[in-house]
Design a protein around this ligand. Sequence first.
Ligand code: ADP
Ligand code: TRP
Length: 353
Amino acid sequence: MKDIVVSGIRSTGNLHLGNYYGALCNFVKMQEESNCYFFIADLHALTTHPDPAMLHENVKNILAEYLAAGLDPEKSTIFIQSDVPEISQLYLLMNMHVGIGELMRTASFKDKARKQLHLDTHANESEDAIEKEIISDTSKNRVNAGLLTYPTLMAADILIHKATKVPVGKDQEQHLEMTRRFARRFNSVYGVELFPEPTSYNFGQASIKVPGLDGSGKMGKSEGNCIYLCDEEKVLRKKVMRAVTDEGPQVPNSPKSEPLENLFTLLKIVSTPDVVSYFEEQYNNCSIRYGDLKKQLAEDILKTTTPIRERILDIRSNDEYLRRVVAQGAERARESAARTLAEVRKVMGFKAF
Ligand code: ADP
Ligand code: TRP
């Protein structure tokens, strides 16, 4: 039996190198040997980006980027989350088995709630203070319940196809852990073996974290430190050349500062091992010129992104093709989703009159 794979990306902006190396390029590889469902998480996007003017455009961008990066509608089921209402139904049923407390303790919830409350993200606001602010009557700002139940919706996305493997980046580990817990809980409450427990998957390697160009943290849409798959060559080169560095190694074999570590991490991802060892050596003997390193880095990133960018532009203008892809995807995804939902309803006691 083939593995069942599910993964999705929120439609909150264009895809960047973090999305590509953390998730999308694994999607492309996995579609060769598994039964894959890849979707655009437009409902999840509403938890932070409820913008009617941009909603469709954002979905279209991700769809074109999925296809341009190599997702093949003949090999995978490619669909839009909101086209499969069975997911929302399972989400509602699942929520009856999920605790408010465990949702409130989720790291991504606390992060995003802090932003919705306009609390200073750098001040180490205590967790108690955040929780108090959330439930306070006098708070001027509101944290939406969709954000709180984000992990339930993600679990519904995965469990509705009974997936066992979920290709995602490191930052999604906690959500997956919750999905496993919800699956186990559902099975044990009803004494069934309905849902398998899914794990994150990266071809036997540890999940990766693509760093940003600003010297710290991960590359992320909200961090403003991204290289996008659709960046024009000139823009991309400029971004790389402006990446944060340091004053250079003063003594041989010195440890690297975080910005440098980040540049080398990127180089390891996009360049060949001999290019990496060449610059490692130059760094270690203090002869490195960061300008050369950046030029090489930009060159090697462009080798991946240029053909993808060309295909994005091509595919984006082909509405007829996009329409066909999503219609076929929705049909296949609904078929599988309806099967699971019917089982869940039966187990929970729903009956026809
Ligand atoms: P963002 O953080 O930019 O909003 P998403 O949260 O929509 O991106 O992530 C979509 C997918 O891309 C997830 O599987 C996530 O793990 C992966 N991903 C995002 N940023 C990175 C990164 N910097 N390194 C590795 N994987 C990433
Ligand atoms: N939460 C994921 C992210 O922010 C997106 C996502 C939603 C997802 N549902 C999923 C990923 C199901 C894998 C499987 O990136």
